[in-house]
Design a protein around this ligand. Sequence first.
Ligand code: PHB
Length: 396
Amino acid sequence: MKIIKTQVGIIGAGPAGLTLAHWLKKQGISSVIIENRSRAYIEARVRAGLLEQNTVDILDSLGLADRLKKEGQEHHGVYLNFDGERIRVPFGELTGGRNITIYGQQEVVKDLTDAWFAGGGELFFEATATKINDFETDHPTIHFEYQGENAILECDFVAACDGFHGLGRKTMPKESYNEFTVTYPFSWLGILAHVAPSSEELIYAYHERGFALSSQRSEKVSRLYVQCDNDDTVENWSDEKIWDELSIRLGTPGWELKRGPIFEKSITPMRSYFIDNMQCGRLFLAGDAAHIVPPTGGKGLNLAVADVKHLVDGLTEFYQKGSLNALDSYSKTALKRIWRAQDFSNFMTTLFHKQEEHGSFTYQLQKAKFDYIKCSEAYATTIAENYVGLPFEAFE
Ligand code: PHB
């Protein structure tokens, strides 16, 4: 049987697992990653693409932001539409110069995977974790299947960065956490299209026909979303119907939506999920393994990277000073930001989606919020600072 030894065994080569591996390496801590899927699959998996300032700064400090800096698009504000009226929330003035960068998650994954292999890192694709043992001791093991054989990763700590359906959370004893779930009664139909973005910055729109979002991937590729039903299928949405809906919902006088060939269509359910404990002994959860936010606001990847920061802080303290104190407060520290992001994602979701009949009490509250953003710099500031991401010091 293949037996591998490392200091930190990482399950999952998404943004959390890969960022963790790189950052640990910088701290002189060894790690090995095992990933259930193939390299082609994870590099093609279409996800959101909004990077907070913190995330960009972290990737930059790890030497992983060269392509991101060249090809990513830094945005200094965001447009908000309500019933055909458009306003802009500027980030610079309201947040002391913090911004966001639009760069697809799968591009981040490609860059981090390439750099990991270039630096001689170990990462096993199509390696299925089957059991995490002895995580209540100081010598946990990850059992996995690789190329038809059983293998064991022996480590000091296990980082489960293996997503919502991963083994990590399933391994945590049920009584060690409380679980919180909200399922929203709508989904997103997302498209990628070969056409220049119709707006230089993102547009989030409430319309009586439902939510729409205009985003982008490059100067030639647009990413757009429309609110659809939970039981909807992409077959119900012809290209023409999608462009027509986007054009109506995002529309505002004097603005026109550019159309082009659609090359990707998929439906994303909207839910909020999290557990209030992300550690059991020497097993730590990070990213989607511990929390899901609805995509309105683009917090998912950024939360995963923030978890990794706290985990690296704790592991560094352990390997440098032998103390488990920072690791033992990992959950508590990470959860402060997770709660904040859950609230902001829920706020953006409920502000811009059609929830009840147009004109209902709920609608009037949504409209009251939009009108308030227009007249109050304080309110616009809370949106801007949450949107670009609060600095780490804010939660200390
Ligand atoms: C995206 O570009 O995919 C994106 C941007 C902002 C969001 C969600 C998704 O809030």
